[in-house]
Ligand binder design. Structure first.
Ligand code: NI
Length: 515
């Protein structure tokens, strides 16, 4: 049976290895393996709980803000101020997080994924002045980072390739502007310094609001006029990818972006994206956080974390464990496999009748001539990210105008002697949990379950493969030497292994696991 090993999968964040067994031109079995160990939970043990909003951001340089955001929800809960966050504090947290969402989605489509569909070696003559530096670059034969690549069925016309390439270049500038917009309230990027337990640390002034709005207008224009159209251009030529990479067809979202700060229960709180679960029948179900467990039979961790809720979870590595193949654990809901991410948020909120999402999603569904259940697919994941960017950027404009210059942004929240807290939210890549136990005013235990832990997870204790593994199985492979179909599926999930695992293990050297 031919075996395909992709190690590492490039153009994602972090280090992922995927192994597939192919039989009769189809993938029979797939193993997704996170090959680095993340020790952030261990680093946090014994520290002042307030450090968590800063330290957990170091899990990732691409999507750090969601760690600060979820950590602050978790600490608000532990400190007993989760219903006392001021409106300014709540809105600024939303604006900092969504600035990072926009950057992350644009990064994903243009700089991580587009080259799976756009053939930069076939653009025809480039005569646009703004692209002269790219033309010179290509004419010198310096094709990296565009090649080497998996060769395959690149289907766009030379003209479409040229337009997409110009947007690829423009997207760098727009991403820089997303970062600059974020720093108006966040101070710096990556690893903003404003979000803390109890609120934020920056003041609100009318000058900051005006500057933020100027950035947002320019970024929104790119999203509305270019990003969505580019996704549809790709979708037209690769329409079979509405059927490819369907995966487990169970979707989970915790909800995110607080619209009021008075309700303690995060699953009852009024949030811009509501929580929920759906499966292939598109029936909507609520989320019961008690049904979340982590499994580790195929993960390089001691079995004592098997079947535990995140509040009781432990991270004790066991790198030589028999049958294990990943540093990711296998989070499951009610012992079932769930995919998380933009397609979960969009579809769950679409079915709940979210006005803006319904309006934007219907436009895309109509233009692509598909039904909502086609969103369980490679193209569905890309389309939902673009729809989400549009809907979020419009909401940000409204939130910005709700800010009140000079009014408080922070609620004092002393560290309790003993407590525990949990935060449920959604990062650009999906559902996330931070959980803390505090004893003697110090962190006794801290656990993080990231979106990629869900999507990139290995098999669980009952042998059910993770969402990426399931999405790859049954895929037809034209050429096992150049498995472009597989990387198109993997990248549609936008995996962030940096978030799911951490700490480098240089070849031949052992990590000191006793830290
Ligand atoms: Ni990340």
């Amino acid at each position: 049976m031919p075996k395909i090993i992709i190690d590492p999968v490039t153009r994602i964040e972090g280090h992922l290895k995927v192994e597939c067994n192919v039989e009769g031109g189809k993938v029979r079995e797939a193993k997704s393996s996170g090959t680095l160990f993340r020790g952030i939970e261990i680093i946090l043990s014994g520290r002042d709980p307030r450090d968590a909003t800063q330290i957990t951001q170091r899990i990732c340089g691409v999507c750090p803000v969601i760690h600060a955001y979820t950590s602050s929800l978790c600490l608000d809960n532990a400190f007993g101020v989760d219903d006392k966050i001021t409106d300014n504090g709540r809105i600024i947290r939303n604006l900092i997080l969504t600035s990072n969402y926009l950057q992350s989605h644009i990064l994903h489509f243009y700089h991580l994924t587009a080259l799976d569909y756009v053939d930069v070696t076939n653009t025809g003559k480039i005569d646009d002045v703004q692209m002269s530096s790219v033309r010179e670059f290509l004419e010198r034969g310096e094709l990296s980072p565009f090649v080497p690549r998996y060769e395959g069925d690149y289907r766009l016309s030379a003209e479409e390739n040229k337009i997409l390439l110009s947007h690829y270049i423009q997207a760098f500038e727009i991403r820089r502007k997303c970062h600059e917009m974020l720093t108006i309230f966040g101070g710096k990027m990556p690893h903003q310094v404003s979000i803390v337990a109890g609120g934020v640390t920056c003041s609100v002034t009318s000058d900051k609001i005006a500057r933020f709005l100027a950035y947002l207008n320019e970024i929104s224009e790119f999203i509305n006029n270019i990003y969505i159209q580019d996704v549809l251009t790709v979708a037209k030529k690769y329409s079979d990818y509405w059927e490819i990479g369907k995966g487990c067809k169970n979707l989970l979202s915790f909800g995110v972006l607080e619209l009021d700060g008075k309700e303690k229960d995060l699953f009852k709180r009024n949030r811009f994206f509501k929580s929920g679960r759906i499966s292939s029948d598109l029936k909507l179900d609520p989320v019961d956080a008690e049904k979340i467990q982590e499994w580790v039979k195929y993960s390089w961790y001691k079995d004592n974390s098997a079947g535990k809720h995140p509040l009781q979870g432990e991270t004790v590595p066991e790198p030589n464990k028999k049958d294990a193949y990943s540093f990711l654990k296998a989070p499951r809901y009610d012992k079932k496999v769930y995919e998380v991410g933009p397609v979960a948020r969009i579809l769950i909120n679409y079915l709940q009748g979210h006005t803006e999402i319904k309006e934007e999603a219907d436009k895309v569904l109509k233009e692509a001539k598909i039904k909502p259940d086609a969103l369980f697919s490679v193209l569905g994941r890309h389309a939902c990210r673009a729809i989400e960017a549009k809907v979020i950027s419009r909401a940000m404009q409204n939130w910005l105008l709700e800010l009140k210059p000079g009014e408080p942004v922070y609620t004092d929240s002393p560290v309790p002697e003993e407590s525990q807290g949990i935060g449920f939210a959604e990062g650009p890549r999906g559902a996330i949990i931070h959980a803390v136990r505090i004893k003697n005013k110090k962190i006794e235990n801290y656990q993080v379950i990231t979106p990629t832990s869900w999507n990139g997870s290995p098999k669980d204790d009952s042998g059910q493969p993770g969402p990426i593994e399931q999405a790859i199985v049954d895929t037809k492979i034209k050429n096992t030497e150049s498995p472009i179909e597989i990387v198109r599926i993997i990248r549609s999930f936008d995996p962030c292994l940096a978030c799911a695992v951490h700490l480098i293990k240089p070849s031949g050297r052992k990590i000191n696991l006793n830290v």
